[in-house]
Ligand binder design. Structure first.
Ligand SMILES: [Fe+2]
Length: 480
């Protein structure tokens, strides 16, 4: 299947694509500039309080001098080793001798702009340097557009990642970049990738991450055998940003293998496990973004459901039920010691987490962010008396839909395969009586921040989203 994400890969080819992975992943500065149009002209405005900059692509912008002075990332003001500002170089002094960022001179140089400042007690007459790429990336966001194409061409490349920045009021994941699926006879909706290709190529790694977010599921084939979690942890740490660690167990990963007389359904491998999203430790109430399951031994059949497809179908067929599930919380509680009673791993301390998040979570515009549901951990509802009966009908309908053959897809899995899925979107379960007696799986979760961090590294740097893309500010502008 052709990915919808061709631009990041094109961009990578001119950068780090195709290279073998280094043992330590390159860390890019938070404001790493991307190549782009050259700065071709600059002039002072308003006695140097602002400057006008023009680029070779015909775009032009007005920038505050104070913004430039503050935004500078030169080695003179930011430690390149520590990635921190030098506190004695910021435009602030306790004595009140603040630089106002007024520009003395702005001169176009070979790659960008060289700026000197009027009355700057912290850096004096030393020039500040701004590369063309840096200016062209930030000017549409922090400056006033005066003409030409507004955004840097790389802006569009980051659209797939915007919903996962963790920024306050970040938009929901872009629905137009999601390929929803159902259970269709003769159609296998799941993407497959070769483990070795992904593990040893940055471009294949990025493409796999984008495929997970587009399709919800990627199955890795040809995963090497290991007796322990080393292959799983190596893959998740190197290709997905690192596995989530919870405080109740020494190892970041879980292990599920056959146990006679298991009382927890997770470990009773011949028993049907209902479709659910994993709760792990929902940091600040937000469940992990990815779930990774490595089939270490044996085989089994997982059930997978596209929660976005179910939610959109519910919105269309029964809007009231959708609204109820998106408005009221669903009470769940997980005892991290009890729920691992059948585990071969030792718990290290007790932990009890209660959540009350809606089963369907949307942004202010009603766009889907995630689904969150795990029947085994559900606790007494706190939906108000007057609403409870209709909420319960909606919950039953949801439960029916996520187990209906219209949406539930069975996927046979066996040793040498690894399942990577979007835990905000895809519910997973286990078909009954289809696991081999020796089935052993290991897995764990990846939090949004780890995924985003890895993606940014592979994309070559962080591209700042504009404030107006964030709901609250957009609404403020519209009403103001
Ligand atoms: Fe699970």
């Amino acid at each position: 299947m052709i990915s919808r994400f061709s631009r990041p890969l094109q961009a990578l080819r001119s950068g780090s694509a195709g290279k073998q992975k280094s043992t330590i992943a390159a860390v890019h500065a938070a404001v790493a500039p991307f190549e782009g149009a050259k700065c071709v002209a600059a002039s002072l405005m308003n006695m140097g309080k602002q400057i006008h900059v023009a680029f070779s692509d015909g775009s032009a912008f007005q920038l505050h001098g104070l913004w430039l002075r503050d935004a500078c990332r030169d080695a003179m003001v930011v430690s390149q080793q520590a990635g921190e500002r030098y506190l004695d170089k910021i435009a602030f002094s306790p004595e009140g001798h603040h630089s106002r960022g007024e520009v003395q001179e702005a001169r176009v140089c070979e790659d960008g702009l060289e700026v000197t400042w009027k009355r700057d007690p912290q850096i004096g007459d030393a020039p500040s340097h701004f590369s063309s790429g840096f200016l062209r990336m930030y000017a549409p966001i922090a400056g006033k557009a005066l003409g030409g194409q507004r955004h840097h061409p790389r802006n569009e490349d980051f659209r797939w990642l915007r919903g996962y920045s963790g920024f306050s009021n970040a938009p929901a994941p872009d629905a137009s970049m999601k390929a929803l699926w159902k259970n269709q006879v003769g159609v296998n909706p799941f993407e497959h990738r070769d483990y070795h290709a992904v593990r040893h190529s940055d471009s294949a790694n990025l493409e796999m991450m984008q495929a997970v977010m587009e399709h919800g599921v990627v199955i890795l084939d040809n995963v090497p055998h290991s007796e322990d979690s080393s292959i799983l942890l190596d893959f998740v740490d190197n290709c997905l940003g690192g596995m989530q660690k919870d405080p109740a167990r020494d190892e970041p990963n879980w292990v599920i293998k056959r146990k006679a007389g298991a009382v927890s359904v997770s470990y009773a491998q011949q028993t049907r496990l209902n479709n659910h999203t994993d709760q792990s430790v929902p940091a600040h109430g937000i469940p992990a973004l990815l779930l990774v399951i490595n089939y270490v031994e044996g085989s089994g059949v997982n059930t997978l459901v596209d929660g976005y497809a179910v939610a959109e179908a519910l919105r269309e067929r029964d809007p009231k039920a959708f609204d109820l599930l998106a408005s009221y919380g669903n009470c769940q509680e997980r005892d991290f010691v009890k729920s691992r009673v059948d585990s071969s791993q030792m718990g290290t301390q007790s932990m009890l987490l209660a959540t009350r998040s809606p089963i369907i979570q949307t942004d202010e515009q009603g766009n889907l962010i995630r689904v969150q549901f795990n029947e085994v951990f559900r606790t007494p509802s706190t939906v108000p008396y007057d609403t409870f009966e209709s909420w319960y009908d909606a919950y039953l309908l949801w439960n029916e839909m996520i187990h209906d053959k219209e949406f539930e897809v069975e996927v046979p899995m066996s040793a040498g395969q690894m399942l990577v899925l979007d835990n905000w979107r895809v519910l997973h379960g286990r078909a009954g009586k289809k696991s081999s007696p020796n089935r052993m799986i290991m897995g764990g979760t990846v939090v949004r921040e780890a995924f985003h961090s890895k993606a940014v590294q592979l994309m070559g740097g962080f591209y700042p989203p504009e404030e107006a893309a964030f709901g609250r500010f957009q609404q403020g502008e519209a009403s103001g």
